[in-house]
Design a binder for this molecule. Structure first.
Ligand SMILES: [Zn+2]
Length: 349
């Protein structure tokens, strides 16, 4: 908890429903300073302010912080009393309710070029949104949100296959980062990220309920979002099984066109995939494509027409689920776009 004895306390945003962080910036008096250790990577000898977060200290520049944040700009305008904590004539500002790990990400990006955000791992972008929102660093926050919205997209063509999609953005993305994405979606009002972030959370096990701790921060879903995921998992598993049978059951959809051995091949496919030990048919991952199995194991068993129809049908079923994704989590989101005409599937090589 923050002390109220600071000499330049400033209230920040009050809309932090997803976190319980105390929101204060303060320069402590020297009455009872707690020890800290410098972070060499972010310690500039010509810096003119020392930020202390938890027990870590960063020596940076007031001008840099002021440029990004009106909160710091206003604070630096207030003259500090002689009793204010300082070292080497450099004022010390203690930040409460934040983690040092988050500030490492934010300061690294602030001190580098703005473009460095493009190459930052997902956890950096999450930290920038979290800290940027709290300290009104709107430019940095909006840039990071833009990146996050590309990962937690609302458009099927940008997504198409969950594993490929997440890998395309950052090899350092972890499934449990989706918990932070849900919380930041609520914090910033960027609700378009919510359905896919909740979908990814549904792939979590114990972390779904207990959250995940990293860098001193326990990121946890709010109880109502845990409920959304628990009920959503069941609905997704049902949708997955239904989509599987609609895709692979031999029927009129395929039989209009072709030879007897295709019917036999479809029976084989549904038997093999249905008996898969990982049980992908009935898990809560209906947005994962079957394209790998289709193109690597079954393409030679089907005629060209059936193979094309199967690939189109497989994508169509995933689009159907994607377009209804908010409803699986009982999220009212009228702006969730309906998928229009998609480009033809690429030729198989
Ligand atoms: Zn056929």
């Amino acid at each position: 908890m923050a002390s109220t004895t600071g000499t330049s306390r400033k209230r920040l945003r009050s809309d932090t429903a997803a976190t319980s962080r105390e929101e204060t910036v303060q320069s402590n008096t020297v009455d009872n300073p707690t020890p800290w250790e410098r972070v060499d990577e972010i310690w500039y000898e010509d810096g003119n302010v020392i930020l202390v977060v938890e027990n870590k200290a960063f020596r940076v520049y007031q001008g840099l912080l002021s440029r990004h944040s009106p909160v710091f700009r206003d604070m630096f305008k207030i003259p500090q009393p002689e009793t204010a904590e300082s070292e080497d004539r450099c004022p010390i500002v203690r930040l409460s309710g934040d983690t040092a790990a988050d500030w490492v990400h934010v300061l690294r990006i602030s001190l580098q070029r703005a473009g460095s955000l493009w190459h930052a791992p997902l956890c950096s972008r999450l930290a920038v949104v979290r800290i940027g929102h709290k300290y009104e660093m709107n430019f940095l926050r909006d840039q990071a949100l833009k990146h996050l919205k590309q990962v937690f997209t609302d458009r099927f063509p940008d997504f198409d296959n969950v594993e490929d999609h997440l890998c395309a953005f950052s090899v350092e993305a972890r499934i449990y980062d989706a918990i932070a994405a849900v919380n930041l979606s609520r914090l910033t009002g960027e609700i378009s990220m919510l359905p896919f972030a909740l979908y990814v959370c549904c792939q979590l096990h114990d972390e779904l309920v207990h959250g995940c701790e990293e860098g001193g921060l326990l990121e946890k879903l709010a109880p109502e979002d845990i409920v959304r995921c628990v009920t959503g998992k069941t609905k997704l598993a049902q949708a997955n099984a239904a989509a599987f049978f609609r895709t692979f059951l031999w029927g009129e959809y395929y039989s209009l066109c072709c030879k007897d051995n295709c019917e036999q091949a479809f029976h084989e496919i549904i038997t093999h995939l249905g008996q898969d030990s990982d049980n992908h048919v009935a898990d809560s991952t209906p947005l994962e494509a079957w394209s790998f199995a289709i193109t690597n194991y079954y393409r030679t068993k089907l005629c060209t027409t059936c193979l094309r129809r199967l690939r189109e049908k497989e994508r169509f079923e995933r689009v159907r689920i994607w377009d209804s994704l908010p409803s699986y989590f009982n999220v009212d989101l009228p702006t969730w776009p309906k998928t229009g005409i998609l480009p033809p599937l690429p030729e198989l090589v």
